[in-house]
Design a protein around this ligand. Structure first.
Ligand SMILES: Nc1ncnc2c1ncn2[C@@H]1O[C@H](COP(=O)(O)OP(=O)(O)OP(=O)(O)O)[C@@H](O)[C@H]1O
Length: 261
């Protein structure tokens, strides 16, 4: 309850801050997660849009602040990649924030669940190649994103953009994958490859028509060409995992699927 009041106080404070101390107008709240709030702003003169991301009031403990600052630092290190452009940072009261460019596009979550967009096998493969190309470059910088979910991958006119580096971290070269059942949070390349596997399944399920007979697994439901199923199983570590993103990308480039849904 106390955090509810604190957060509403921070909302007002943020609105006041934007009005008084920035060159932007507040347009709307774009999204709110468990740890941050993203505001859409518009520059008063240039009319360019930007996003202000602020740490939420219930997350003002040192560990969350540190994570937030790390997210911002990583974003600045990755400016050569298709990520939002870093503009500025500061504090609103005790809450750190940063300002970044607005990606004028839509997330895959929105495309699939709100716009009912469908993705064929070929579409999925082509989009995944772009995503893996990004992942490959990210891993070359020794960073894993660890949250490559459909709400964090956006499509704009100039291609894919990746947001939300809140869980990103440096790759731990000594991390032992042995015995790790769910590699989602591993500080290891396999974490992003695993997420790419799930990303592909979300796209492929967009063309799935539920059958009367109850199926149990995605393999049974989707009935994908064998090579593609095998490929996704490797991403999901059900079969021998790929060593790294380059190997996964190369394998996808060589993948031949003969049946098209
Ligand atoms: N630079 C941006 N351009 C366009 N939209 C953005 C941008 N940054 C954030 N958004 C939108 O705001 C939403 C929330 O942003 P973000 O995922 O960074 O916040 P979060 O608090 O970390 O959320 P979560 O806890 O759900 O991961 C995103 O899903 C996206 O729709």
């Amino acid at each position: 309850m106390i955090f509810y009041f604190l957060e509403s106080k921070y909302r007002k404070r943020t609105e006041h801050y934007i009005q008084q101390y920035t060159d932007y107008e507040l347009i709307t709240i774009l999204g709110e997660g468990s740890y941050g709030v993203a505001y859409l702003l518009q520059h008063r003169k240039t009319k360019e849009q930007a996003v202000l991301k602020r740490l939420k009031a219930n997350q003002l403990k040192p560990t969350s602040k540190q994570r937030f600052i790390q997210e911002m630092t990583l974003l600045q290190e990755l400016q050569h990649l298709p990520v939002p452009k870093f503009i500025a940072s500061g504090f609103i009261g005790d809450a750190p924030y940063f300002l970044m460019s607005f990606v004028d596009g839509y997330t895959f979550e929105k495309a699939i669940f709100e716009q009912q967009q469908t993705y064929s096998i070929n579409d999925t493969i082509s989009i995944t190649k772009d995503l893996l190309y990004f992942v490959q470059q990210l891993h070359e910088k020794n960073i894993v994103h660890r949250d490559l979910r459909i709400p964090n991958v956006l499509v704009a006119d100039d291609g894919l953009h990746i947001i939300d580096f809140g869980l990103a971290t440096n790759i731990d070269a000594y991390f032992n994958l042995h015995g790790v059942k769910n590699p989602k949070k591993a500080p290891h390349p396999v974490s992003d490859l695993y997420a790419v596997g799930h990303f592909m399944l979300f796209l492929l399920y967009s063309i799935y028509e539920p059958q009367a007979k109850k199926s149990t697994t995605w393999q049974q439901e989707l009935q994908l060409p064998v090579a593609l199923q095998h490929y996704i199983e490797r991403l999901l570590t059900i079969k021998t995992p790929f060593q790294n993103a380059s190997e996964a990308l190369q394998a996808l480039q060589q993948l031949r699927v003969y049946s098209e849904h």
